[in-house]
Design a protein around this ligand. Structure first.
Ligand SMILES: [Zn+2]
Length: 146
């Protein structure tokens, strides 16, 4: 993991199954190599506001936070307990390299020490529970569904 692991949207490519798998590995949003399907069609990645600067972080855009980014953030908070906007807040506070260093520690599997995947309930290496995964992904909490 390094500063290039942080995609323009603020999410960490190194925490994705596409990046972690050994076959058809995704090279990450800041690389020109192969990508997962989701990332080739991403509207943030190809946002015209970037004016040709592919690696521009959304937080550096005059329109930040735009609806597109807020929608992504909402989806990730709900499904995965992860927030692009929170990531940008940390980056603004402590800087990109310190943020990446903290991510390296935060996302280590407590069992095997490999990075867990933000999208998966269990570590892809050893099957240990991902400690950051929300308890009821994609489902409303019981009693709050009015
Ligand atoms: Zn593990």
């Amino acid at each position: 993991m390094n500063s290039q692991s942080i995609a323009p949207c603020g999410l960490n490519c190194a925490l994705c199954w596409g990046f972690q798998r050994s076959k058809k590995t995704c090279s990450g949003c800041n690389s020109s190599g192969a990508k997962t399907h989701y990332c080739t069609v991403c509207r943030i990645k190809t946002c015209p506001e970037k004016n040709g600067n592919d690696r521009l972080l959304c937080s550096e855009c005059p329109r930040y936070p735009c609806k597109r980014l807020k929608d992504l953030d909402k989806r990730y908070r709900f499904k995965y307990g992860e927030s692009a906007i929170e990531n940008f807040r940390s980056i603004a506070e402590i800087g990109l390299s310190a943020f990446v260093a903290a991510e390296e520690i935060k996302w280590r599997c407590p069992q095997c020490g490999n990075l867990v995947c933000v999208h998966r309930e269990k570590c892809l290496t050893c099957g240990e529970a991902n400690p950051h995964f929300p308890p009821n992904p994609g489902k409303p909490q019981r009693g709050t569904n009015k």
